[in-house]
Design a protein around this ligand. Structure first.
Ligand code: FES
Length: 90
């Protein structure tokens, strides 16, 4: 038996999770995943842009790999959310 409960709130709980419980990615500079995601959403899709604006990875560099993974995940998510602008013709 499957029980489905909906509250019709239209809240994206996956997004809310990041905003309520941010994860520190760069401990040297105190940069969270939420800050990185928002920077990517505002058009900073390359690591060097984030390094210039947030200074992520500017000290020890241990956060670089995680930052790159967050950038890739956010870009994938943004691409999936875009509406289809064309239809395939058989
Ligand atoms: S953890 Fe990001 S520069 Fe050290």
């Amino acid at each position: 038996m499957v029980i489905c409960i909906t509250n019709h709130s239209h809240l994206d709980f996956t997004q809310l999770q990041h905003e309520v419980n941010p994860m520190y990615v760069c401990l040297c500079r105190g940069i969270t995943d939420t800050q990185i995601r928002k920077a990517v959403q505002s058009g900073k899709s390359e690591f060097r842009q984030l390094k210039q604006s947030l200074e992520v990875g500017a000290q020890c560099g241990k956060c670089v790999r995680m930052t790159m993974e967050i950038i890739a995940a956010e870009l994938d998510k943004m691409e999936q959310e875009q509406p289809v602008l064309y239809y395939q013709v058989a």
